[in-house]
Write a protein that binds this ligand. Structure first.
Ligand SMILES: C[S@@+](CC[C@H](N)C(=O)[O-])C[C@H]1O[C@@H](n2cnc3c(N)ncnc32)[C@H](O)[C@@H]1O
Length: 293
């Protein structure tokens, strides 16, 4: 299974061909993610069947796009797939108050809303990873009836909405934050900078999943990522939050800051050397999923 297959498996998008054969009224049949494995022609109907901020994943890199739509999408070319994100002149979004589609200029919720439910995405990935390891132990090693160990580390905690869900999956949880905000929530909480945490820690055992969400300045994100890479087991997942800000307004130090610049670093220093595979889910404010090979 390729890495993109793994991510797709978890987020379960709609298949583009099935969708195209069914969509008579695309506006009421919109999806967060559409997947295609075929060289489809991306036309208006395909783009309109995506929700605002939704995206299409094509594992066939030779897909073509209707010329008149060139200014209406953003295209991300990844090693094993292309992601197309709507970027239409007349933006539509889901108005959560009235549960209806309205032009952006008329919506009540100020743009852009956060469209990524990162706790759910992270916990789905954790469950998948843990299940994968349990299957491996059972079928390949013949070990059964033993609880699989799963070690989770969160860098930058604040009022983490991830930890309550993660506690049901992970067997050990560890948190790090400069503020006193994680006591009682994690099995161990370290009130210190992430730099100090990695300097002081001697890991006997590596982590299965690390969520990098502390200081969002690119220099710090790169340091945290490099340290996380050394502390994660092979096959484990590192997640980085706020890596796809919707607009320049979000590159504000109090919001996503410059964390989005971590993509080229991961690509050049790790992915090109086959040390990791990775993908950035382009939901506002973005989540980069990196798997150590
Ligand atoms: C965006 S919040 C974390 C949110 C949380 N992970 C979530 O899922 O909602 C960032 C946190 O990182 C902490 N932080 C900022 N710089 C840090 C650093 N250098 N070391 C450790 N924690 C840091 C802040 O105190 C803040 O609580």
């Amino acid at each position: 299974m390729t890495f993109i297959d793994f991510v797709i498996n978890v987020i379960k998008p709609v298949n583009a061909r099935t969708l195209l054969s069914k969509c008579s009224n695309v506006k009421t049949n919109q999806h967060d993610v559409i997947l295609t494995n075929n060289a489809i022609f991306v036309n208006e109907s395909v783009l309109e069947s995506l929700v605002y901020d939704g995206f299409l994943i094509s594992t066939d890199l030779s897909l073509s796009i209707e010329k008149s739509l060139l200014s209406e999408y953003e295209c991300l070319v990844l090693p094993d797939c292309v992601m197309i994100k709507r970027n239409t002149g007349v933006l539509y979004c889901l108005n959560k108050v009235e549960s209806d589609l309205v032009p952006v200029s008329q919506r009540i919720v100020p743009p852009p809303v956060e469209t990524l439910d990162h706790p759910t995405a992270i916990c789905l990935l954790a469950k998948e990873l843990k299940g994968e390891r349990e299957k491996f132990r059972y079928f390949e090693l013949g070990i059964k009836d033993e609880k699989e160990k799963f070690r989770y580390l969160e860098l930058g905690v604040r009022n983490s909405p991830v930890i309550d869900k993660m506690k049901l999956i992970a067997t050990e949880t560890h948190g790090v934050d400069i503020n006193d905000c994680g006591k009682g929530k994690f099995d161990t909480f370290h009130q210190m900078t992430t730099d100090k945490y990695f300097e002081d820690s001697l890991f006997d055992d590596k982590f299965d999943m690390i969520f990098v969400d502390a200081c969002h300045n690119i220099e710090n994100v790169i340091k945290d990522f490099n340290n996380a890479f050394c502390s994660i087991r092979s096959g484990g997942i590192i997640l980085l939050h706020d890596t796809y800000p919707h607009s320049e307004a979000y590159i504000n130090p109090r919001l996503c800051s410059t964390a989005y610049q971590v993509g080229p670093h991961i690509r050049d220093k790790y992915a090109k050397k086959n040390l990791v595979t990775y993908v950035t889910l382009p939901f506002q404010p973005g989540l980069t999923v990196v798997r150590k090979t």
